[in-house]
Ligand binder design. Structure first.
Ligand SMILES: *[C@@H]1O[C@H](CO)[C@@H](O)[C@H](O)[C@H]1NC(C)=O
Ligand SMILES: *[C@@H]1O[C@H](CO)[C@@H](O)[C@H](O)[C@H]1NC(C)=O
Ligand SMILES: *[C@@H]1O[C@H](CO)[C@@H](O)[C@H](O)[C@H]1NC(C)=O
Ligand SMILES: *[C@@H]1O[C@H](CO)[C@@H](O)[C@H](O)[C@H]1NC(C)=O
Length: 527
């Protein structure tokens, strides 16, 4: 795996101790720092614990320093009036006695005291907790997530350092070390202009009171100046690069040599495929300022499909007639949502996506989320009951047949979580499509309100559907008459900015509908 991040010395040291000890901890389930709020919470609490451990360590050191200073003072006082009159001083028999006794005994005790280790408990505590630190891979993933947010929502470096994202002001700003980390990352990805901007912000962000802290944490001014100069060389601004190098006392005399080096060894960015880019037409829809095209479509209460809806009409909104895309509001109650979340919590695993090339499911950078298939064999009666109720509700809404082999998936998107644009249909022959046909329709329940980010975006249709608690999005992946796969249903999940997004996805297969709908084998697909 390519190192996407030049991790500052401290983090890479932590990464090493992680890998050394990973065998001891391999029995623990892997942490999901990206998608699990609980795992990030654990990390936050650990951080607090380590800070108070550090305070204790500093206090122990301070205590020793205090004692040492008192010792030094106690020894200084009797000698004070000896200055300049040493002979007279030593003629005094008491002074002679004192000096000899003191030199014989006291320094030995002091040496013993000086050698006594201080704060070993705190050092060991820190060392033991290092097994819980995020690994290099996890840190890279977290960095990619912030990059995805920056790129999808088109966040300017100037806005990011102030905490302004996609028009929303967050109560946070980044530190000089964060800015170095972002600058380094953008450099690695070959975005030298942004890299230069982040590196430049370091000068605004450094706090002179923290100079010694930066030293400890590996923020070396030399490295910043050199990386800045390198960005400028990559941007063909060699004169500015020279000025930058000349501006650093330790680099000035080496500036020509460094410039030659940078000129002759141009930087090779991380390859495009490894970058967490999402397509621009998708990103544009995700951004706050995107408004769906006003349509003639109106809201109405759909009471025709099934007897249930005649009794309890639901507000239906037609988002598109061709392809047919509708939403229903307030379909699930708070109690139902809570029950689904309760039974799913223990089942959540890193979600996998279908890989057309390999013809199998595997984890992928295309989707960063946790998922669980429902119903599950280990579920209790109440869990099964709520899943069955939701299946019945899907039947009532859509009129489609839900049989015994129907399942659904709960998906949880966490920090920066997203799903790259994709089709819900497989368009290939798999055991599932052989048995049940391809995915004819999709039913997607939103289980929470997203404050910011996390909408569903249909790129071809320029349509954004925000995540609103209890809402259902329903669409056909095939054209009504021909059952041709409908490529206009291309869609994805915008990166989550604030909070966690939870959805429930249900895919209805065409062969399961054969008693109510004739099936076709249309020409535009493989299965
Ligand atoms: C982010 O979400 C939290 C929790 O819902 C909310 O309290 C907070 O106000 C949100 N932040 C912003 C900037 O919208
Ligand atoms: C914003 O952060 C400051 C300190 O960083 C804190 O004192 C304040 O309470 C925070 N405000 C909100 C609304 O969270
Ligand atoms: C009600 O919904 C079903 C399925 O979504 C649809 O086929 C039907 O045309 C809708 N009826 C009305 C009156 O909109
Ligand atoms: C299905 O796959 C075939 C072969 O790759 C491709 O030619 C066709 O365009 C695909 N159909 C759709 C609707 O994506």
């Amino acid at each position: 795996m390519l190192p996407l991040l030049v991790l500052i010395s401290l983090t890479s040291a932590a990464g090493q101790s992680q890998s050394q000890t990973s065998t001891e901890t391999s029995s623990n389930p892997p942490k999901e720092f990206m998608t699990s709020m609980a795992d990030r919470m654990e990390l936050l609490l650990l951080d607090r614990e380590l800070i108070s451990n550090l305070v204790q360590y500093a206090e122990e050191l301070q205590e020793k320093v205090d004692v040492l200073q008192r010792c030094a003072k106690a020894m200084q006082i009797p000698l004070e009036n000896s200055k300049g009159r040493e002979e007279e001083y030593l003629s005094n028999p008491l002074h002679s006695f004192q000096l000899i006794r003191h030199m014989h005994e006291d320094w030995r005790h002091l040496e013993k005291f000086m050698r006594q280790p201080v704060g070993q408990d705190q050092i060991n505590f820190l060392k033991n907790k290092a097994t819980k630190f995020p690994s290099v891979e996890e840190t890279e993933e977290a960095t990619e997530a912030i990059y995805r947010i920056i790129f999808t929502y088109n966040v300017d470096p100037a806005d990011l350092v102030k905490g302004l994202i996609d028009g929303v002001q967050y109560n946070s700003s980044i530190s000089a070390i964060d800015s170095l980390s972002l600058g380094t990352l953008f450099f690695q990805w070959g975005e030298y202009k942004n890299a230069h901007e982040y590196l430049h912000y370091i000068f605004d962000l450094v706090n002179p009171e923290y100079y010694s802290v930066y030293d400890v944490l590996g923020l070396a001014s030399r490295e910043v100046f050199m990386l800045l100069a390198r960005c400028l060389v990559e941007l063909d601004m060699e004169e500015d690069a020279r000025t930058t190098l000349m501006g650093h006392p330790a680099l000035a005399e080496h500036s020509e040599r460094l410039l030659t080096l940078y000129r002759n060894t141009r930087h090779v960015p991380v390859s495009w495929e490894l970058m967490p880019f999402l397509p621009e037409e998708f990103n544009q829809i995700c951004r706050s300022w995107h408004q769906n095209k006003p349509s003639r479509l109106h809201c109405r209460y759909n009471t025709t499909t099934t007897p249930f809806l005649r009794l309890a009409p639901l507000r239906m909104e037609e988002l598109s007639l061709d392809p047919y895309i509708v939403v229903y509001h307030n379909v699930l109650s708070d109690a139902e949502i809570a029950e689904v979340e309760r039974v799913t919590e223990p089942l959540l695993k890193r979600s996998v996506v279908f890989d057309g090339k390999e013809n199998k499911m595997s984890t992928s950078k295309k989707r960063t989320a946790l998922g669980a298939w429902l119903p599950d064999d280990n579920m209790d009666v109440s869990g099964r009951a709520v899943i069955q109720r939701i299946f019945r509700r899907i039947h009532e809404l859509t009129g489609l047949i839900i049989n015994d082999r129907q399942d659904m998936q709960l998906i949880k998107y966490g920090y920066g979580g997203h799903y790259d644009i994709h089709f819900d249909y497989f368009n290939t022959s798999t055991p599932i499509t052989k048995a049940r046909g391809d995915r004819m329709a999709t039913v997607l329940f939103y289980l929470n309100d997203m404050k910011h980010g996390g909408s569903t975006a249909f790129t071809d249709l320029q349509l954004k559907v925000p995540s609103e608690r209890g809402k259902v999005l329903f669409w056909y992946n095939m054209r009504g008459e021909t059952h041709d796969l409908d490529s206009r249903t291309l869609h994805g999940a915008c990166p989550v900015i604030n909070g966690t997004k939870t959805i429930l996805s249900c895919w209805i297969h065409e062969l399961d509908q054969m008693f109510i709908q004739p099936t076709y084998r249309p020409g535009n697909r493989l299965s």
